[in-house]
Design a protein around this ligand. Sequence first.
Ligand SMILES: [Cu+2]
Length: 118
Amino acid sequence: MRLSTLILLAPLLLLLVAGDASAHAELDRAEPRVGNKVASPPRAVTLWFTQKLEPAFSSITVTNAAGERVDTGKTRVNGSQMSVSLRAGGSGTYRVNWHVLSVDTHTTEGNFTFQVGQ
Ligand SMILES: [Cu+2]
């Protein structure tokens, strides 16, 4: 590789490295806990993130074992925490889908499951 090419590439590489190193809003913990089993359907799902969230662009949806939405559709955001109330949805595997816009303007998303019942 010619020296001039390296000089041109250097800022780009720095950007890539810096982008990777900066912490976005990642899921820190959840209640019910990720992969955990609870005896009865929870009244709400609460997620904690590693950064503060922008309320207008951050939300949670939850589906029950039948794939039906059981969240009320109104995600509440408070700093780096967000939660949503649930309707009763029976037992089985629940899936939590989340996507957030953090105050550093980056979006992240993810999902996990927890078990309800025996
Ligand atoms: Cu970020």
